[in-house]
Design a binder for this molecule. Structure first.
Ligand SMILES: [Zn+2]
Ligand SMILES: [Zn+2]
Length: 327
């Protein structure tokens, strides 16, 4: 049994406001395929907020629980089936996957058929509140990293010992577990962007910045960074953005118009991380033929994408009536 502090999420208010508090917790020993990790840093992602702001019952979610899914820390003990990790090893924590379904067996653990259950819901067997003895939801994304100590699923562990230059650097690894790897994977694995591509990145959080840096590393021809936060836009310039679009600018109308003012034929790749419905649709309209859009940002529940398919299929053609038919 280990004592620690954690951010405990309890049933949210009716207006979807999160109900978080710092509490004393008790942590059991790791199970056979689990690892006890002392967390040194955790990123925070919009998914932590979303999945602690919806009422219990939605998506099978229960409260109270410990969220957090961008942890980095030091291994303190391991379960009996864990043989390649030792106490003292520095580790980065990422999402859970079952390691046995057809997606996992096809080397696509991010599409694990148990992803929603294993990551959004987790389990209730490792952590309890010290004051109330309430069992707390744990194993959120296999890790529940908003705690000083936590039990982590083996599949969530990434060993980083060889990558670290010094102990302090481990803190910087935490956003790699979700945000940065998502943005990087969108550029490198999904779109395979390269030197011929004009990439537009909508939203400059960890996902967008990860996409931006990867597009720069892969020598993409141009990179348009889009946000409403001037500090983020300035940072994007230093990280390799060739153009920036500030959606709060008084001259800004729509994203497709702004993008086509720079590149009249449109862009080849859009990475959408905002989840804002109007930006999703304008991003799609910004692409030229053979263009790609990767949807990452989560829109409001119930939103349906509206696409004028005929217009989109003919996006590179100017459809004009013959002169004698024009009035
Ligand atoms: Zn996340
Ligand atoms: Zn799986």
């Amino acid at each position: 049994m280990v004592l620690a502090k954690a951010i405990v999420a309890r049933e949210p208010a009716p207006d979807f406001k999160v109900n978080w508090s710092l509490e004393e917790i008790e942590i059991n020993s790791p199970g056979e395929d689990e690892v006890l990790v002392q967390i040194v840093a955790s990123g925070i992602c919009h998914t932590d907020i979303l999945l602690t702001s919806v009422p219990s019952g939605s998506f099978g979610i229960t409260y109270p629980k410990v969220a957090g899914h961008e942890g980095a820390g030091i291994v303190r003990s391991v379960g009996k089936n864990v043989s390649d990790i030792d106490a003292g090893d520095p580790v980065l924590l990422s999402f859970y996957s079952c390691s046995s379904c057809w997606q996992c067996n096809n080397s696509h653990p991010a599409y694990c058929t148990s992803f929603a259950l294993g990551n959004y819901v987790g389990e209730q067997q490792f952590i309890s509140a010290r004051d109330s003895a309430d069992l707390l939801g744990s194993s959120f994304f296999g890790q529940s990293s908003f705690a000083q100590y936590t039990i982590v699923k083996y599949s969530s562990i990434v060993k980083v010992k060889e990558l670290l230059h010094d102990d302090e650097e481990l803190k910087l690894f935490s956003p790699l577990g979700c945000g940065f790897q998502t943005g990087m994977g969108a550029i490198q694995n999904i779109t395979c962007a390269g030197p011929d591509d004009i990439v537009m990145i909508q939203g400059l959080g960890a996902v967008g910045m990860g996409a931006l840096m990867t597009a720069k590393i892969r020598n993409c021809k141009s990179i348009i960074a889009v946000d409403r936060d001037k500090v983020r836009l300035e940072l994007a310039k230093t990280l390799g953005a060739s153009h920036i679009l500030d959606t709060t600018d008084h001259e800004f109308t729509t994203l497709d118009q702004a993008a086509k003012a720079i590149f009249p034929h449109g862009v080849s790749i859009v990475i959408e991380t905002t989840g804002v419905p109007s930006l999703i649709e304008q991003g799609l309209q910004s692409t030229h033929t053979r263009g790609k859009i990767v949807l990452i940002g989560v829109p409001p529940l119930g939103y349906n994408l509206s696409v004028n398919v005929t217009e989109h299929l003919n996006v590179s053609y100017e459809l004009r009536l013959p002169a004698h038919q024009q009035s």
